[in-house]
Ligand binder design. Structure first.
Ligand SMILES: Cc1cc2nc3c(=O)[nH]c(=O)nc-3n(C[C@H](O)[C@H](O)[C@H](O)COP(=O)(O)OP(=O)(O)OC[C@H]3O[C@@H](n4cnc5c(N)ncnc54)[C@H](O)[C@@H]3O)c2cc1C
Length: 354
C-alpha cells in the first residue's frame, strides 16, 4: 500500500536505511534504532508495550510534520502510525460524531467532512500530518482549532497500561498545547469530532480569510469555498506541502506567537497584538523576527527562513538539524536582544536542544 504521508518525499534521494529524514517534512534527522509500521491500533499498542518491556524509548511518528529530529537520530523504537478509518459513531438532527483513526491523513478527512456536509474543520484545510496528531498541539489555523470540535480522544496510556477515552477537559487543550505535547505517556488511537450538519462553514473568525472571502467576521460561507480560500492563502505562504517548493520543507511555523503580560506589553510601543486569555497579550512572532533584522530568505548553512513566510525555517536541500537549530537560536537571541521577548519553538524536538 502506498504510504499516504510519503508523497511529498518522492523527489528526495533514498535516505540511508532507517534514516528519520525519510519520515519528516524537513527531510532532516539521523537514524532510528528500529522502525515499525502499524496499520491497526492493536499493532500500535503492542509495539509500544513491547518496547516498554525491553526498556526502549519510543517515538511515535505519523506525518513527521511537527518534529525536529537530531542529526544523531533516535536510538529506540520508532512507531509509524498508519491505522486508517472514518466512521460516524452517533448522530442527531443537527450534528454527527465522527471517529477518525489516528493514522488517517488530516487533510483528506477535512475534504471528506466538507463533501459530506459536516461543518467545523474546513478552516483547518491544508495542514499536513495525521488526524491523531491534531490533539497533540491543538492544531489551529484561520480562526479554528481542533479543541472547538473534539469530543473525545481514545488513547493508550503507557503508565496505566490501558486504553481509555479522554474528555476535552482531560486533554488540557491550550494554545498549541495539550497534555499530550512533550509527553510520551499517551498513544492516540482515534479522535471523535462533533461536527454540524451543514454545507456552510462555522462562522468565519479570521480577518484575512473574511477579507478574501468578501465576508464579514462572523459570517458563514459555503464550506467548500472556505476550504478553497484557505488552501489558496496557505499555498501563497508555502504552508501547503509541495515537493517542488523548498519553502515547504519545514514544520510550518517554527515559533509560537509569544504571549506576554499586559504590564510588560505596556512597556512596548508600536507593536501589533491581539488579546489572549486572562488579560494577557499575544504578539505576532513573524513581526518581531522581521523587526529584529531577519527578513524572509535570511539564510544559514543549507537552511533559511522561507522566502514566503517569516515563521517557517526551511531545509534548502543540504541542511542539517544542527544548522537549522543554529539559525533558530540566532533568531531567538536577536528577538530577545531587541524586544526582551523569548521565542519558543512550536515543533517537538527529538534528541536535540534549542
Ligand atoms: C507546511 C506546514 C504547515 C503547517 N501548518 C500548521 C498549521 O497551520 N497549524 C498547526 O497547528 N500546525 C501546522 N503544522 C504542523 C503540523 O502539520 C501539525 O502539528 C500536525 O498535526 C502534525 O501531524 P503529524 O502527523 O505530522 O505529527 P508528527 O510530526 O508525526 O508528530 C508530532 C508530535 O506528535 C506526536 N504524535 C503524533 N501522532 C501521535 C499519536 N497518534 N499519539 C501520540 N503522539 C503522537 C509525535 O510523537 C510528535 O511528538 C504545519 C506543518 C507544515 C510542515
Amino acid at each position: 500500500m502506498p504510504d499516504a504521508f510519503a508523497d511529498h518525499l518522492t523527489d528526495t534521494p533514498p535516505a540511508p536505511e532507517n534514516s528519520l529524514a525519510a519520515y519528516t517534512t524537513l527531510r532532516l534527522g539521523g537514524p532510528a534504532g528500529t522502525v515499525t509500521t502499524a496499520v491497526h491500533a492493536d499493532e500500535a499498542v503492542a509495539t509500544v508495550r513491547n518496547a516498554s518491556a525491553k526498556g526502549l524509548p519510543v517515538l511515535i511518528l505519523a506525518g513527521g510534520s511537527n518534529v525536529v529530529v537530531g542529526d544523531a537520530g533516535f536510538a529506540g523504537e520508532v512507531l509509524l502510525l498508519r491505522n486508517r478509518g472514518i466512521e460516524v459513531v452517533a448522530e442527531d438532527a443537527a450534528t454527527v460524531l465522527v471517529r477518525v483513526a489516528a493514522g488517517e491523513p488530516w487533510d483528506a478527512f477535512v475534504q471528506y467532512a466538507v463533501t459530506n456536509g459536516w461543518s467545523g474543520v474546513e478552516c483547518l484545510s491544508g495542514i499536513p500530518g495525521s488526524a491523531g496528531a491534531t490533539p497533540i498541539q491543538n492544531v489551529g489555523a484561520y480562526g479554528q482549532e481542533v479543541a472547538h470540535t473534539i469530543e473525545a480522544v481514545r488513547a493508550y496510556d503507557r503508565v496505566a497500561d490501558e486504553t481509555r477515552t479522554m474528555t476535552p477537559a482531560e486533554c488540557g487543550f491550550g494554545y498549541r498545547s495539550s497534555v499530550f505535547k512533550h509527553s510520551d505517556r499517551y498513544l492516540v488511537l482515534s479522535v471523535d469530532f462533533r461536527l454540524d450538519r451543514s454545507t456552510d462553514s462555522a462562522p468565519i473568525r479570521y480577518a484575512e480569510l473574511a477579507r478574501d472571502l468578501g465576508a464579514a467576521a462572523g459570517d458563514r460561507v459555503p464550506s467548500q469555498q472556505a476550504r478553497d480560500t484557505v488552501l489558496k492563502l496557505r499555498a501563497g505562504k508555502g504552508m501547503v506541502l509541495d515537493p517542488e517548493d523548498r519553502d515547504t520543507w519545514s514544520v510550518g511555523s517554527f515559533f509560537t506567537n509569544p504571549v506576554v503580560s499586559a504590564e510588560f506589553f505596556a512597556t512596548l510601543t508600536g507593536v501589533p497584538h491581539w488579546p489572549a486569555a486572562d488579560g494577557a497579550v499575544k504578539i505576532p512572532a513573524a513581526w518581531l523576527i522581521e523587526q529584529a533584522g531577519f527578513p524572509k530568505g535570511f539564510a544559514g548553512a543549507g537552511v533559511a527562513i522561507s522566502s514566503k513566510h517569516t515563521l517557517a525555517l526551511t531545509n534548502r536541500g543540504t541542511g542539517t538539524t544542527g544548522a537549522l537549530l543554529d539559525l533558530a537560536r540566532t533568531i531567538r537571541d536577536g528577538v530577545r536582544d531587541r524586544f526582551g521577548i523569548e521565542l519558543h519553538p512550536e515543533p517537538v524536538l527529538i534528541n536535540c536542544a534549542f
